[in-house]
Design a protein around this ligand. Sequence first.
Ligand code: IPD
Ligand code: CA
Ligand code: CA
Length: 263
Amino acid sequence: MPHNTDLLAVAQAAAAEAGAFLKYNIGNVKNIERKQGEETNLVTEIDKASERLIIDIVRRTYPDHDILGEESGAHDARSEYRWIIDPLDGTTNYTHGLPFFCVTIGVEHRGEIVAGAVFDPVAGEMFTATKGGGAFLNGLPIRVSSSAVLIESLLVTGFPYNVKENPGRVTERFVAFLPLAQGIRRLGSAALDLAYVACGRLDGYWEVFLHPWDKAAGVLLVKEAGGTVTNFSGDERDIIHDPNTLATNGRIHGAMLDVIKRT
Ligand code: IPD
Ligand code: CA
Ligand code: CA
């Protein structure tokens, strides 16, 4: 049975290689497609090539493990382990040449995330965590912030691709937080949003309709850095598969949950 640190070493190597590939190709996107008929949900040949590269690296060491990749779906081998991969988180930024995107890989063992890596190749920042082993940025330990009140907190959120169907549902919550927080950001990469909560640059993050590949690694980062991650009812069970996500430094979790519950 592989140790969590063995799994992390492979996740990290794959994220580093795919990240370098993304960085090298920024500005070279040739083929932009729309996903599932959604006008603004983009996928490029770079997303797909990055995923192939990651899967090849994982398979070299763990040929029998299951894989869930955003672009190629589920590769089921009935293993206890599953690699959950987003080969390019922040595709919209990437297609515009906006240098805020990452590779994110989480490793699940019997339904629990045990290792995760989020790599931002532009900043050269590798965020890593193993279950019970802490969270790190380029090898140095990270902690969530100590901000205890919303008015001293910098929050971040994201808007789902289906926002056009009912924009009010998303904006109502945004408007409710606006006067209460120190500031709100929309950066365009859910995995980096979570990594930034983990290292204390941001204090709280909420978003609806995330997929497991957006947050598998990021949720582990926040928890291992001392933060809290739940759904919008305050429940932390099976959070990877819950579309709604609230991740905070823990101290402002209750206050954010209150705002979410009344919107
Ligand atoms: C998206 C980004 C974005 C978030 C969306 C995600 P993608 O991932 O993380 O910040 O708001 O919900 O789907 O499509 O760039 O991999
Ligand atoms: Ca994503
Ligand atoms: Ca993606």
